[in-house]
Design a protein around this ligand. Sequence first.
Ligand SMILES: [Zn+2]
Ligand SMILES: [Zn+2]
Length: 184
Amino acid sequence: MSRIRLLPLGSADRDMVAALRPALEADFDAVAEVGEIDLDLDQFLDPRRLQYNSTALINHLQGRYASIGGMRGDSPSLLAVVDEDLFIPILTYVFGEAQLGGRVAVVSYHRLQNERYGLPRDQGRLFERLHKEAVHELGHVFGLLHCPARECAMHISTYVEDIDMKPAALCPSCRRQLATLARA
Ligand SMILES: [Zn+2]
Ligand SMILES: [Zn+2]
């Protein structure tokens, strides 16, 4: 059975991360827990873009996790949750990033909030979007690639509207792949 450790960082909403835990346990037939670490996110801030470098954050988490023996086969996969705006150098922004087949992923809900688009705050919708992107990034960690099926959480999302179009669930093909990968 897979193990997942959720890591709310910075000022990420702890209640929302706690609510993700049972959802992800059901999605991945996994055991999930919520951890806490002390980490100053300012070190990942790009002063010119005023955004946070998601690759640098992932690399930092991986280095730190390795130093405590966390990269072993039976260690939980880490999903960091932040409300900072993330980027990678070639893109304007990212909703999240993951090490494909690795151990660490990050997801941001900064651009998942209705208020950012001049719409009324909607916590239910926000949680739904965060859940979908959490499944997507963890799917990468467990070895899944992007999926052409629109009815699949592994379908790529560029805009928040794309997220709203897809479900939080994996399509039958990705489910089968996940089962195969888990046995490997
Ligand atoms: Zn992806
Ligand atoms: Zn799929």
